[in-house]
Design a protein around this ligand. Structure first.
Ligand code: BGC
Length: 456
C-alpha cells in the first residue's frame, strides 16, 4: 500500500518551489510603476527592472544540473530558498537601482534552480501511476503563486496613500516574498532526499528506506532493483547525452520547452492589461480582466491535475494546442478587421484555458520523466535553460511586435497573435510526429522507450 499521506506531504513541500516561481516572476507587475518613479528610470531601465530576474532564471537553470548532482535535489532546493529570502529582503531594502537589480538577479537564480529541482524531485519520489498528478501540482503551485502575489500587491497598495506607495509600498511587495521563502526553507528540512539520487550515490539503505516509506515494502524492493539495474546500464557523462536515444529524448525536451513559450503564454501573463486595453477596455476593466486570466489559469490547471494520468500527456498536448491555435487566429482576425470588443476577451481566456489544461502542466511532467536517472540532471537543466531563454525572448519581443508602427499600420495589432498562431501549427506537427505517451510508465521503462524509438 502506498503511504499516500507522506507522499502528498513531501510533494506539497516541493511544490512550494513552484509557488515561489510564480510569486517571484509576477511580483514585479504590481511594483513596477512606483519603482520606476522612485528611481527615476528610463523606459530601457524599466524593461531591465522587469527582465533582469529572467536573466537570473537562465543562469540558475544552467547551475541546476551541477547542484542537483553534487548537492542533491533537496539540498539544491534549500539553496534556492535561501536565494529567494536574500533577494526578497535585498530588493525590498535596496537604496540604489543597481543594488535592486543585483538582488532581483539573485532571486532569479533561485527561480531557475527551483524550476528544475522541484519537478525533478517530485517525479523521483512519485509512483508511476500518480506521477502526472503530482508533478502537475507543481504547475498548480506556479499559478497559485501568481494569483497570491497579485492579491498581496493589491492589499499592500491599500495600506497607504500615493506618497507611501511611492516610497515604501513597492518595498513591502518584494519583501513579502521573505515569508513563503522562509517557510520553504524550514519545511525542506522535514522531507527526505530523493531516493533515486541516494541510489546514484550508492546510499542504498537510505534509498530503500525512503522508497519503503513512500511505496510500502513489497513495491519498494522492485523499484529499487529497477533503479539499480538502470544505473548499471549507463554512465552519467555528457557523452551519454549524445547517443541516438538520448539525442531523441533531449530534442523532444527542447521542443516542448520552446513551443510552450513561443506560442505566447507569457505575452499574456506579463502584458495582459496592455492587451486588454488594445481590445478597447478602460484601465480598471483591464485590471479586472487580468484577474479573470489568473482565475481561468487556476481553474483549468486543477482540471489538468485530474486528467493528466487518466487521459495521458499526448492527447492533452495535442488538443490543447489546437485550441490555443484557434483562439490565437481568431483574436488576430478580430484585431485585423478592427472588430474589437468583449468577445475577444472570451477567446483570450479560451487561449489561457487551453494552455492551463495542457502545455502548462504537461511540459513540466514530461521534462521530469522522459530522461533516464543518470542524465536527468544535465538533460533537464538544458531543457529548462532553453525554456527560460525562450521566455526572455518572447517577453522582450512582444512589446516590440505589438507597438511597431509599421506592423500596426499593416496588421492593426494582429501580427504577434498570428505569429504565435503559426508557431502553434508547428507545435501540433511536433506533438504528432515526435512526442511519445509516457503515462503509467516507470521512470526506468522510459529508457527502453527511447532505445526502441531511436532504432526505428
Ligand atoms: C510556464 C511559465 C508560465 C506559467 C503560466 C508555466 O508552465 O513555465 O512560463 O508563466 O506556466 O501559468
Amino acid at each position: 500500500m502506498h503511504n499516500k499521506q507522506f507522499l502528498y506531504q513531501i510533494t506539497i513541500v516541493a511544490t512550494l518551489g513552484g509557488l515561489l516561481f510564480g510569486y517571484d516572476t509576477a511580483v514585479i507587475s504590481g511594483a513596477i510603476s512606483n519603482l520606476a518613479e522612485y528611481f527615476g528610470l528610463s523606459p530601457a531601465q524599466k524593461g531591465w527592472a522587469a527582465s533582469s530576474a529572467l536573466v537570473g532564471c537562465v543562469a540558475g537553470a544552467i547551475l541546476a544540473s551541477y547542484v542537483s548532482t553534487v548537492l542533491g535535489r533537496r539540498k539544491g532546493m534549500i539553496v534556492a530558498s535561501v536565494l529567494f529570502f536574500v533577494s526578497a529582503l535585498g530588493s525590498g531594502l535596496a537604496d540604489t537601482f543597481s543594488a535592486f537589480i543585483i538582488y532581483r538577479i539573485i532571486g532569479g537564480l533561485g527561480v531557475g534552480l527551483a524550476s528544475m529541482l522541484a519537478p525533478m524531485y517530485i517525479a523521483e519520489i512519485s509512483p508511476a501511476s500518480q506521477r502526472g498528478l503530482l508533478v502537475s501540482l507543481y504547475q498548480l503551485a506556479i499559478v497559485t503563486g501568481i494569483i497570491v502575489v497579485y492579491f498581496v500587491n493589491y492589499l499592500i497598495a491599500l495600506q497607504g496613500d500615493a506618497t507611501w506607495n511611492l516610497n515604501l509600498g513597492w518595498r513591502w511587495m518584494f519583501a513579502s516574498e521573505a515569508i513563503p521563502s522562509f517557510l520553504y526553507f524550514v519545511f525542506l528540512f522535514l522531507v527526505p532526499a530523493s531516493p533515486r539520487w541516494q541510489a546514484m550515490r550508492g546510499e542504498n539503505n537510505k534509498a530503500k528506506n525512503t522508497l519503503n516509506k513512500i511505496n510500502g515494502e513489497a513495491l519498494a524492493d522492485d523499484i529499487f532493483e529497477e533503479i539499480k539495474e538502470e544505473l548499471k546500464q549507463e554512465k552519467g557523462t555528457l557523452k551519454d547525452l549524445m547517443t541516438p536515444a538520448m539525442r531523441l529524448a533531449l530534442g523532444i525536451g527542447l521542443g516542448l520547452s520552446i513551443f510552450q513559450q513561443i506560442t505566447g503564454i507569457n505575452a499574456i501573463m506579463y502584458y495582459a492589461p496592455e492587451i486588454f486595453k488594445s481590445f478597447g477596455s478602460s484601465g480598471d476593466t483591464a485590471l479586472l480582466q487580468t484577474v479573470m486570466v489568473g482565475s481561468v489559469n487556476l481553474v483549468f490547471t486543477v482540471i489538468a491535475v485530474y486528467s493528466i494520468d487518466r487521459i495521458g500527456r499526448k492527447p492533452l498536448l495535442l488538443w490543447g494546442m489546437v485550441g490555443m491555435g484557434i483562439c490565437l487566429f481568431v483574436v488576430g482576425a478580430g484585431l485585423y478587421t478592427q472588430s474589437t470588443g468583449l468577445w475577444l476577451l472570451f477567446f483570450m481566456l479560451g487561449f489561457v484555458a487551453c494552455f492551463a489544461v495542457s502545455w502548462g502542466p504537461a511540459v513540466w511532467v514530461l521534462l521530469s520523466e522522459i530522461f533516464p536517472n543518470k542524465v536527468r540532471g544535465a538533460a533537464m537543466s538544458i531543457a529548462v535553460f532553453i525554456q527560460w531563454t525562450a521566455n526572455f525572448a518572447v517577453s522582450q519581443t512582444f512589446p516590440m511586435m505589438a507597438e511597431s508602427e509599421a506592423l500596426k499600420a499593416q496588421f492593426h495589432g494582429a501580427f504577434p497573435f498570428w505569429f504565435y498562431g503559426m508557431m502553434s501549427i508547428l507545435a501540433v506537427i511536433f506533438v504528432l510526429k515526435f512526442v511519445p505517451e509516457t503515462k503509467q510508465k516507470t521512470l526506468e521503462e522510459m529508457t527502453e522507450l527511447w532505445e526502441t524509438r531511436s532504432k526505428k
